[in-house]
Design a protein around this ligand. Structure first.
Ligand SMILES: Nc1ncnc2c1ncn2[C@@H]1O[C@H](COP(=O)(O)OP(=O)(O)O)[C@@H](O)[C@H]1O
Ligand SMILES: CC(=O)N[C@@H](CCC(=O)OP(=O)(O)O)C(=O)O
Length: 266
């Protein structure tokens, strides 16, 4: 099976023009088929404050009222997505910027929660892997913003880690899929203050223990929940690591961050 990489960049890289440029230069030369997914939560929060809208997050998920939806649509789908695409074009990578609404590739519904009204936050129902594959087969490199839609004309804000996971699952029907979460640390750490304490390989049992002990916390919990879900649904492997280590991990076949692997296929 042909390989594909689904790569997600975290907010701390998008927020830093130099790190972003270095990352995009590396991303551009990754051989083979690839998809990039980005968020940009921090930039959206900063712009919200400038506009007099107080950002509100619960467990890392943005409560997205009508005004916040306008902000995230502009910031993720416009400002960040188009600048990322333009920079990739400058590195001879034929990127095409998409949201889940484009080509109806990611269908979602507004989140229903018994206690909390998250507003215009989307939970994904379906990813159309075949439509996405049309772009890939056409030689394009899809770049997804953290936006989906409800098929009734409304955009929805959807966490970028979740979008990357669901795209990886959908593409695993056609490709040997590797999901890569790039963020600002070297990997999943045994001791959060020690960059040299990277856990090289993590299985689900060890993850549950480390979560109970509080070693793995905050944003790393939904990231790993997403990651293990993908392994149960056909994704070959997941790498969690530093953006600057991406190229080495992929091209040298030597993962510098944390590697999660699915069951060995017969
Ligand atoms: N054991 C751990 N190893 C690494 N990061 C951890 C760990 N436990 C909690 N974290 C936190 O998880 C964060 C990553 O989640 P998040 O902020 O959602 O990522 P992203 O930058 O991709 O949006 C890290 O910045 C770190 O503060
Ligand atoms: C529903 C929800 O929380 N959406 C996220 C989407 C952006 C994102 O995921 O950005 P990072 O990867 O930079 O965190 C948000 O608005 O913050």
């Amino acid at each position: 099976m042909e390989k594909i990489h689904i790569i997600k960049i975290g907010g701390n890289i998008i927020d830093n023009p130099e790190r972003l440029n270095t990352f995009l230069k590396d991303f551009a030369v990754i051989p083979g088929k690839k998809v990039l997914v980005h968020g940009g939560g921090k930039i959206a929060s900063d712009l919200s404050l400038t506009l007099g809208i107080s950002p509100k997050l619960i467990d890392g998920r943005r409560v997205t009222d009508a005004d916040s939806l306008k902000v995230v649509t502009m910031v993720y789908g416009g400002l960040i997505n188009k600048n990322v695409v333009a920079q990739l074009q400058a590195h001879q990578c034929n990127a095409i910027g998409l949201t889940g609404a484009d080509g109806n590739i990611i269908q979602a519904h507004k989140r229903v929660h018994p206690q909390i009204d998250y507003g215009f936050v989307g939970d994904i129902d379906k990813v159309d892997g075949e439509k996405l594959d049309v772009f890939l087969k056409g030689g394009f490199v899809p770049v997804f913003a953290a936006l989906t839609h409800d098929q009734q004309g409304t955009m929805l804000n959807t966490n970028a880690d979740t979008i990357a996971a669901q795209l990886a699952i959908a593409l695993s029907g056609f490709y040997q899929t590797e999901l890569v979460y790039c963020f600002e640390k070297k990997g999943v750490l045994k001791s959060i203050d020690n960059e040299n304490s990277v856990i090289r390989q993590l299985d689900e049992t060890a993850y549950q223990h480390l979560k109970q002990e509080g070693v793995i916390a905050a944003g790393m919990i939904p990231k790993l929940d997403n990651a293990f879900e993908t392994l149960h649904k056909g994704v070959h492997s997941v790498i969690i690591g530093k953006a600057e280590d991406l190229l080495h991990s992929i091209t040298e076949n030597d993962v510098l961050g944390t590697l999660l692997q699915g069951p060995v296929k017969q």
